[in-house]
Design a protein around this ligand. Sequence first.
Ligand code: TYD
Ligand code: MG
Length: 458
Amino acid sequence: MAKTETRWICQECGWSFIKEMGKCPHCSAWDSLKEMVVRDELPAMSVGGRVGSDSPHPTPLSQVDMAGHTRIPVANGEFARVLGGGLVPGSIVLIGGEPGIGKSTLLLQIAAVLGDAQHPVLYVSGEESPGQLKRRAARLEILGDTIQVLAETNVDFVLQQADRLPTLQALIVDSIQTTHTGDLNSAAGSVSQVRECASRFQRWAKRRNIPVFLVGHVTKSGLIAGPKVLEHIVDTVLYLEGDPFHTYRLLRSIKNRFGATSEVGVFEMCENGLIEVENPSESFLAERMVNVAGSAIAVTMEGTRPLLVEIQGLANTTSFANPRRTVNGLEFNRLLLVVAVLSRRVGLRISDQDIFANVVGGLQIEEPAADLAVAAALASSVRDRPVAADLALVGEIGLSGELRSVGRLEARLKEAARLGFQTVVVPRNLRREKLRTPAGLNVVAVRTVSEALEVALT
Ligand code: TYD
Ligand code: MG
């Protein structure tokens, strides 16, 4: 018999404690601890300290069987890329994202390409009625012969129904916040419900060896219990991100037990769903105006994929006591650093200017390797001189105005060459490693931001 016991779980951060407290010692929230039943499911073998004959025993790694890990192919290149090549049977994949970003759309499209006549996909919808789903499917031109729809929120009933489908290809739960179990008193969407339901789905996935997708909403404030408290339960965590005012959507892998993390798939939201963008750099540069001051091209890495993006900078003499700095798609503190370096190390007159920096296409760049392009875009705006149209820049800026080397330079150079760029300004490699540069590409290695700007602003 499984032993039952209770724990006090913080509804804000998910930390668990043995006794009740007024304030969570982990996240300092008040009145956030709720009592919860946790089943203790230690296998019987550990109780008496004796190991049964069917319990796992050490096996040489060379003889471990990989049979359970043949992947189910996914006929959606960008999605398969993020998963690390295909879907692992019995794995559990969490897809997080803000409401309205396109999670249901994406999963309906994936359901359509995953299933076939013999192997349907079960789409459990707790948010939308089957009628609404049908309307979306019609818009996406999905016939839906291979998709079974179930409007149910009780996790145990869902799994009962799923067990009636012996040849199920995959189970999709939209969303985990709407599912609940009668064994807990708390409301659907609370940390305890979300956790318990997710672990029931996980046990089911392992038992039936069928992949499960869970949709989880996140809000900017992170208030709704969701992706954060589930990250350690699931095998793979994907986030669908994007600026709601732009059409590009990035599917990013945050955790993946079966592939590389920080891999990125790029989609575009159109009238008939999310279309794969196979050549993101080309798309991001499509609307670019050449030979205009205040624009520079950065080569950033999204996972293992190099991406060319346009960075725009605008400097304008301020009419306020404190000049403003506004940033879109970049980290605010990185912009402040770049501005400070331009002012102190390059001697640009920028401290009395309102400054705007923007990444075109609604992309969010976290990589410091884009620093140099930000500096070039701003310097270009201040001096009112355009950056050469066929020139890209790569490099992290240090506080002394020096350029620091960045990872995967060769991949970046290759992508720039592929898109027809003639010159790339890069940090000088002080370790003097041999760099293979693509034929026909002029790679200019420089030490400082000032040198880079001399090359870039002709
Ligand atoms: P949805 O998948 O419902 O988002 P989520 O499940 O993450 O909450 O996507 C909703 C948005 O996507 C909605 O604003 C409309 C837009 N959309 C399109 O632009 N084209 C389409 O073909 C579909 C189905 C949705
Ligand atoms: Mg939805």
